[in-house]
Design a binder for this molecule. Structure first.
Ligand SMILES: *Cc1c(COP(=O)(O)O)cnc(C)c1O
Length: 469
């Protein structure tokens, strides 16, 4: 052994307790109060993934009903994606992307601009800038928008508009334009302050108000803000159709059409964060399609590589690109990440797009989404479910104490969420409720046996949530 680098030997197959002891002694897991792992929250070591199933070190199978944080599209360890990764890694694993180029990055960019949402009234997205994760994509879009305005001499545009209950990531810029108090509040003194406007969330509809009317009411509030502040705004950033981290809250596409129109009227960029909803989750390849709009910036990640490797991309227009075109180096976009455009990740993304090209995934998902709706319907009858909502392959149950008033349980909210999570896990499915919202966002390969497991686990989770003392 050189330099005292230990071997850290793997454990005997199935020795879960020893694994947990070692893991909890050294690893700090994401988005976790680590102390919960000593009690209510089990840490689940996984040794392998196949299709929609994960296999634990304990030998049990778990249905990945949340696509491993919304990343997985076609199942775990997909042979075609794995092969593409292996082939690319053996050929060129990485190269600096400033001053250098490679085929996987070029091909992916060409394909992304070809499939990006388009509209008859707006120029197409024609330029691709790579990042390493979703938060990085948001940072890139925010900086690019601001800088494009600066380069055009529009120095006043230093602020952003974001939606209430929105989520765009955890790095300081992305967190600043997010409105989830659990994640944002403690860091507030460090964050730039966007203008938050009301969410078009149809859950907020008044009695008798349609989702569309609710969306247009939120758009009217956006119009008021833009009339007052429009000249100082660089961009509006939003999650089209579904505010995912905000509790899978859904809105009518009329909001997006209005937001697009208002941004144009005020010279404001529209940043569409399709990091979670892109690649077919809402029933179209991109959510923006349902409103017939093209944004000025499209941020994609998560499903981009089919859930296999970290990668993100920001697509923008020729107009934005041209604002940086200059003899002056400092007018260029001097932003980079070490692994920008990583060729292995780009190859995984190309393999994922090949899977979309091979069959009509969007059409097949329509049938699958209908099967999921039918499977979910009996659960929606539960007295503690106030609403079952769906956008394509995303279904969400709003859990409440009282269905008639739609009042959430006030006592032990965290304990209820944990109880629901544990009960689902016991029943063989990974469901990770967002507070009082239980949701399904399965991989597109989910089969009938898995849907049965999903229903059984969801019922167990519901009962545990409502019955928790
Ligand atoms: C997950 C997510 C992000 C952040 O992506 P990371 O890869 O986790 O940094 C941004 N926006 C939305 C809508 C997301 O769901």
């Amino acid at each position: 052994m050189t330099q005292n680098i230990p071997i850290a030997p793997m454990l005997a197959e199935g020795d879960v307790d020893a694994f947990l002891a070692r893991d909890l002694a050294v690893v700090w897991h994401p988005c976790t109060q680590m102390r919960e792992h000593r009690g209510e929250l089990p840490l689940v070591p996984i040794r392998r993934g196949r299709g929609e199933w994960l296999e634990g070190l304990d030998g049990r199978r778990y249905l990945d009903a949340i696509s491993s944080w919304w990343t997985n599209l076609f199942g775990h360890a997909h042979p075609a994606i794995a092969a593409a990764i292996g082939t690319q890694a053996a050929e060129l694993e990485h190269v600096i992307y400033a001053g250098f180029a490679h085929e996987p990055g070029l091909r992916l960019a060409e394909r992304l601009v070809a499939i990006a949402p388009r509209s008859t009234t707006h120029p197409p997205l024609s330029r691709v800038f790579y990042g390493e994760n979703g938060s990085a994509a948001i940072e890139i879009a925010l900086k690019m928008s601001f800088h494009a305005h600066q380069n055009r001499g529009d120095a006043q545009r230093t602020r952003f508009i974001a939606l209430q209950n929105g989520y765009h990531g955890e790095t300081l810029g992305a967190l600043a334009v997010s409105d989830i108090p659990l994640f944002r509040r403690i860091y507030a003194p460090l964050l730039m302050e966007p203008l938050f406007v009301p969410s078009p969330d149809a859950w907020n509809a008044g009695p008798g108000e349609t989702a569309e009317a609710c969306a247009l009411r939120a758009a009217a509030a956006l119009a008021t803000t833009l009339e007052r502040e429009g000249g100082r705004i660089a961009a509006l950033v939003l999650e089209p159709l579904v505010q995912c981290a905000g509790g899978m809250r859904m809105h009518h596409p009329a909001y997006l059409a209005e937001a697009r129109r208002l941004c144009d009227a005020h010279g404001v960029h529209l940043i569409a964060d399709e990091i979670a909803v892109g690649f077919g989750r809402t029933g179209t390849l991109f959510a923006c399609e349902q409103a017939g709009i093209a944004p000025d910036f499209l941020c994609v990640s998560k499903g981009l590589t089919g859930g296999s490797l970290p990668l993100s991309a920001v697509l923008t227009t020729e107009a934005v690109f041209e604002a940086f075109w200059s003899e002056d180096r400092t007018r260029g976009f001097l932003h980079s990440h070490s692994y920008t455009g990583n060729p292995v990740a780009c190859a995984a993304a190309n393999a994922t797009l090949d899977l979309f090209a091979r069959r009509d995934v969007i059409a097949d998902n329509r049938a699958l989404a209908a099967r999921l709706a039918a499977a979910a319907a009996p659960l929606a009858e539960h007295p503690n479910v106030a609403e079952l909502r769906q956008a394509g392959m995303i279904l969400a149950f709003e859990l409440v104490e009282d269905r008639s008033t739609r009042r959430a349980f006030a006592d032990h909210p965290r304990r209820r969420t944990l109880a629901a999570y544990r009960a689902a896990l016991e029943a063989g499915a990974v469901l990770r409720p967002l507070g009082n919202v239980l949701y399904w966002m399965p991989p597109y390969c989910i089969g009938d046996e898995a849907i049965d497991t999903l229903v059984r686990a969801s019922r167990a989770a519901l009962e545990a949530y409502a019955g928790c003392e």
